[in-house]
Design a protein around this ligand. Structure first.
Ligand code: HEC
Length: 188
């Protein structure tokens, strides 16, 4: 057995305890700080996306089956329309802020409720993007389907959406001259 002088042992223990004590204080301090921050940001008010204005909705302007309408409603409209159905946890920060970021970003890129107000080239382009996003399973976003099981698309659902979007593109080519379906910035 190794003999350790009592003073040395005591000194070592004390040093260890001082260090542990500080560490504990630091950990508790951080926990309290995080809790205070969490409580403070609960007061942040997020303006909900719920105007529901849909007079320019894509389904009013282009043939859209009931099935496709339902698919869009359940898988896309929470982020790409003027009306989001919020989950209960949206009232709590920082989750609510994070969700709102998705909604405002999604709407900025594509708002199905305002679709027929877009220039023809933009309508055409957004449908091209829709085909791509749905085919490549990039939309609806994985972080969304994770919590919204009902929004997960089966292969047949994706096919219906892609066919529908291609149909809208087809209608556009009949409605407008070819030239107006090209982004003016991309024209030579
Ligand atoms: C959870 C929110 C959310 C859902 C649900 C969602 N999107 Fe998106 N979508 C976004 C965000 C955010 C962007 C922009 C950033 C990006 O491209 O990742 C986007 C971008 C897009 C774009 C690209 C637009 C452009 O021109 O850049 C298309 C097309 C699209 N989404 C279609 C869909 C379709 C179709 C569905 C349903 C099948 C859907 N999205 C569901 C949030 C969402």
């Amino acid at each position: 057995m190794v003999q350790v002088p009592a003073t040395e042992l005591f000194g070592g223990l004390q040093r260890f305890c001082i260090f542990e004590g500080m560490k504990r204080k630091l950990i508790w301090g951080s926990v309290v700080l995080v809790l205070i921050t969490m409580l403070a940001i609960q007061r942040v008010e997020v303006t909900p996306n719920n105007s529901g204005v849909d007079s320019l909705d894509i389904s009013r302007a282009f043939p859209t089956s009931h099935r496709v309408k339902t698919l869009l409603q359940t898988a896309c409209y929470d982020c790409h329309s003027n009306k989001t159905t919020y989950p209960w946890y949206a009232e709590y920060q920082p989750v609510g802020l994070w969700l709102e970021d998705h909604v405002s970003e999604g709407k900025k890129h594509l708002n199905f409720n305002e679709f027929s107000g877009y220039r023809p080239w933009k309508q055409y382009h957004k449908m091209e993007e829709t085909v791509e996003m749905v085919e490549e399973e990039e939309m609806p976003m994985a972080s969304y389907t994770w919590m919204h099981e009902g929004a997960r698309l089966e292969a047949a659902d994706r096919e219906s959406l892609v066919l529908w979007a291609k149909g809208v593109m087809d209608s556009l080519t009949h409605l407008y001259p070819k030239d107006s379906l090209v982004n003016p910035r991309k024209k030579k």
